[in-house]
Design a protein around this ligand. Structure first.
Ligand SMILES: [Zn+2]
Length: 436
C-alpha cells in the first residue's frame, strides 16, 4: 500500500535471525568465525582491565564466555574446535602473566572453593548445554516437537533422533587428574589432610582479592613449577653445574627449601614473614584488651615489648623471668589477665605444608615448662598455649579458628593473616629467583 518492496535474498545472501546468520541453512563456518572472534575480543578486554583475580575470572565467565555459549546447541562445534579455543584462551592468560605455562591446566577450571581458579571450560560448558537442551526437547509432549525430534538425525548439534557421544572431559575427571599428578597434586593433597582447615585455607581463592598476576605466581609456587635449580635439572632436563641452593650451597634448591628451610633466609626473610603475621594478631589482642586505642595499618605497626593496664599485661617477644631456668622462655606473645588470673601463651609459626602437624605438636610441647612455671609463680587459675599456624602456601592449621576464638578475636583476622603470609611468600620466592 505504501509502495514499499521487501527486497529478496539472492542465493548467496543470508539474514540474521536471533544473532545467527542463516538462509536455507545456518552459515556454520562463517558464524563460528564470528563467535570465536567476539569471545576472544571480550577476553582480551577483560585481561587488560585492572580487576582483582576473582572479579576477572567472573568477568570472563559471565561476559566473555556467554557470547559464544549462546551458539552451543545451535551451531555445530567439534570437540577439537572447543579444545583449540580453550587453548587459545589459556595462551592469552599466560601472555598476561595470569597463568604460568607449566602450572596445572586442570586447576584453572576447578571451582575456587575446591582450590582451583574457577574458569569455565568451553568444552564442558558446551557438553552441558547440549545435554540440557536435548533433555528439555525430548521431554516435551507436543506432537510438533516430537516430530522434529524424530527427524533430527544428526541435522542439529543436539542429534535428537540419535545418541550423543559420551563427553570426553568432565569437571570430576579434571579434578581427579589434578590430584593424581606428581607435582601439581601436592597442594590438593596437603589441602585434604586432617590437620588442615580446608575452608579457611581457601579464603584467598574464594575471596580472590589478589591481583591475577600475584595469584598466578602463588599458584605456580603451589604447583611446584617455578624455575628452581632442582626443577630445571629434573623437569626440563637442562644440564646445570649444580642443583644445590644458590644461597646456602648445602641443600637441593627446591620450592620447599626456598620457602621454608634455607638457613640463609631464616633470620631475614622468614622472620619478616613471621612478623607480618604477628603484626596482624598482636595489635588485635592489644586493642581488645584496651591497651591501644587506634589500630594502625599493620605495616605501620611495631609491637612494643610490654603493654600494661589495670586488667592486662601483654608481652611481645620478651624473656619471661622464672625462678627455675627454662629453655624456651621467649614466646611471641604472652597475655596475662590480671583479674581472671590466667595466662595465654601465643606463638606464631609458618611451616612448610608437610610440617603443619609437626609444628603444632612442637609448639604445644615447647612452652609446657614455661606455662607450668608461670602458673606456679603467679598462682594462676589456668594457662593455655595457643599456636597460630598458617603454612607457607597459606594452609590454615585446624586449631587456628578455635585459638583465634579463645583469644576473643574476630575469625576474619585469619584471612588478613593468610593474605600477609601469601604475599610475603610470593615476595621471598621472587626475590630469591632474581638473585644470583
Ligand atoms: Zn639454601
Amino acid at each position: 500500500m505504501d509502495d514499499i518492496t521487501i527486497p529478496g535474498l539472492s542465493p548467496q545472501e543470508s539474514y540474521k535471525y536471533l544473532g545467527v546468520q542463516q538462509a536455507l541453512d545456518i552459515k556454520t563456518t562463517e558464524m563460528k568465525g564470528v563467535f570465536r572472534e567476539k569471545f576472544l575480543t571480550r577476553l582480551r578486554k577483560v585481561l587488560q582491565s585492572k580487576l582483582n583475580s576473582k572479579a576477572m575470572f567472573n568477568a570472563i565467565n559471565i561476559w566473555a564466555i556467554p557470547c559464544i555459549e549462546y551458539s552451543f546447541g545451535v551451531i555445530k562445534w567439534s570437540t577439537s574446535d572447543l579444545q583449540d579455543l580453550d587453548r587459545k584462551a589459556r595462551a592469552l592468560l599466560t601472555r598476561h602473566g595470569i597463568h604460568h605455562p607449566h602450572a596445572s591446566v586442570n586447576r584453572l577450571y576447578i571451582p575456587r572453593h575446591e582450590g582451583g581458579r574457577g574458569l569455565k571450560n568451553l568444552e564442558i560448558v558446551h557438553n552441558n548445554t547440549v545435554s540440557n537442551m536435548r533433555d528439555y526437547l525430548l521431554s516435551k509432549r507436543s506432537p510438533f516437537i516430537q516430530a522434529i525430534c524424530q527427524e533430527d538425525e544428526n541435522l542439529s548439534p543436539l542429534n535428537l533422533a540419535g545418541q550423543l557421544d559420551p563427553p570426553r572431559s568432565t569437571l570430576e575427571q579434571l579434578s581427579q587428574e589434578w590430584r593424581g599428578k606428581a607435582l601439581h597434586g601436592r597442594y590438593p593433597g596437603s589441602l585434604g589432610k586432617s590437620e588442615i582447615n580446608k575452608r579457611e585455607s581457601l579464603t584467598y581463592l574464594r575471596a580472590g582479592y589478589l591481583f591475577p598476576e600475584t595469584e598466578g605466581r602463588m599458584v605456580a609456587i603451589q604447583d611446584q613449577v617455578i624455575p628452581t635449580r632442582s626443577y630445571i635439572e629434573n623437569m626440563t632436563g637442562r644440564n646445570i653445574p649444580t642443583d644445590k641452593c644458590r644461597k646456602c650451597l648445602q641443600a637441593t634448591e627446591s620450592v620447599q627449601h626456598i620457602t621454608s628451610s634455607c638457613p640463609i633466609l631464616a633470620p631475614t626473610d622468614y622472620t619478616q614473614r613471621h612478623n607480618a603475621m604477628a603484626r596482624v594478631y598482636h595489635p588485635a589482642i592489644a586493642k581488645r584488651c584496651g591497651l591501644i586505642r587506634n589500630l594502625k595499618k599493620p605495616f605501620e605497626y611495631h609491637p612494643i615489648g610490654v603493654l600494661e593496664n589495670d586488667n592486662f599485661k601483654l608481652y611481645w617477644d620478651t624473656f619471661i623471668h622464672t625462678d627455675r631456668p627454662i629453655k624456651h622462655n621467649r614466646p611471641d606473645i604472652m597475655l596475662f589477665n590480671k583479674k581472671e588470673r590466667t595466662v595465654e601463651i601465643v606463638d606464631i609459626t609458618i611451616p612448610a605444608d608437610d610440617n603443619v602437624y609437626k609444628a603444632y605438636v612442637e609448639k604445644t610441647t615447647k612452652y609446657h615448662d614455661l606455662a607450668f612455671e608461670v602458673k606456679t609463680i603467679y598462682n594462676l587459675k589456668s594457662t593455655a598455649i595457643l599456636p597460630l599456624i598458617i603454612s607457607t602456601n597459606g594452609l590454615v592449621e585446624k586449631h587456628l579458628v578455635e585459638n583465634t576464638v579463645k583469644l576473643k578475636l574476630d575469625v576474619d583476622l585469619i584471612s588478613t593473616a593468610q593474605r600477609k603470609v601469601i604475599l610475603a611468600n610470593v615476595r621471598i620466592v621472587r626475590k630469591f629467583l632474581t638473585s644470583i
